[in-house]
Design a protein around this ligand. Structure first.
Ligand code: GLN
Length: 262
């Protein structure tokens, strides 16, 4: 169930649905992507619910609609499987800060998001927590201002090796069968093991392994590239470490879009 793809779908997050469908079908599991647009009721009974990233305004609208709709609450309280990326994760938490101020979330994840002093933009490399289902290193692309604090009922997906993630050295959240993350990429194309974790929750056992040369090559390239970068190139201090030409480009981008709040 792809929730509001036209509003919550930054940076190719729709790819998460395509990856799940492909990995299901290659195991002879019938799979259909159902896209729900704002204004339509979110149906209960989906196997996996996907929420992607969104600009502040789109995210605020989505939060208001989803609070009124109530299906996400029913799904999550019934241990439904959800992948919530960036704005999607923030919306499921207690509150988040958009350009116009604090916005109440759905309160289904024990997380709270405030705004950081800078946008976190760049590659994200994450070491999953020991308890995070035996996942390998996770790779993604992040672009957000939000900084997310976890409460006692939530645990992080992992620890940040490169990038910003939640902003306190942790990345993402796992609570019930909801995985929240700041990883775009899309996250499931870069991390097929995460896709299989979600599929496994649905079918009740780990899906059969797949030969996946494209995903293996993509992961190898991304992990090598990020690991070869000095720590100083992490987004929090990028302004200091970037060459002048890139810094100039960045300033031009900002003035043209005057904080897209994405
Ligand atoms: N608007 C949110 C933020 O900047 C989420 C951005 C996103 O989904 N990429 O934190």
């Amino acid at each position: 169930m792809h929730v509001y793809p036209t509003v919550l779908g930054l940076y190719g997050d729709r790819g998460n649905a395509l990856v799940l469908r492909s990995r299901a079908e290659r195991r002879d599991l019938p799979a259909e992507i159902v896209s729900i647009e704002p204004g339509e009721p979110v149906p209960a009974g989906g196997d996996i619910y996907l929420l992607g990233g969104g600009e502040d305004l789109a995210q605020t609208t989505a939060a208001e609609l989803l609070r009124a709709d109530d299906t996400m609450r029913q799904v999550i309280e019934a241990n439904g499987v959800v992948l919530a990326v960036c704005a999607g994760m923030q919306i499921l938490g207690h509150q988040f800060r958009a350009a116009r101020g604090l916005v109440p979330g759905l309160g289904l994840l024990d997380v709270t998001t405030d705004a950081g002093a800078t946008r976190a933009v760049g590659e994200l490399l994450v070491a999953p927590d020991e308890a995070s289902f035996g996942l390998p290193a996770l790779t993604g692309y992040e672009n957000h201002r939000g900084r997310t604090t976890l409460g006692p009922h939530a645990r992080p997906l992992g620890r940040v090796d490169h990038g910003v993630g939640n902003g306190d050295g942790t990345e993402g959240v796992v609570q019930r069968r909801v995985v929240g993350t700041y990883m775009h990429g899309p996250a499931l194309a870069r991390n097929p093991a995460l896709a299989d974790l979600l599929l496994g929750w649905v079918i009740g056992h780990a899906p059969a392994p797949l030969a996946d040369p494209t995903a293996v090559a993509l992961r190898k390239e991304r992990l090598l590239t990020v690991r070869s970068r000095p720590a100083a190139s992490s987004p929090e201090n990028r302004t200091m470490s970037r060459p002048a030409t890139v810094a100039r480009l960045r300033i031009r981008f900002r003035s043209r879009d005057s904080d897209p709040g994405a």
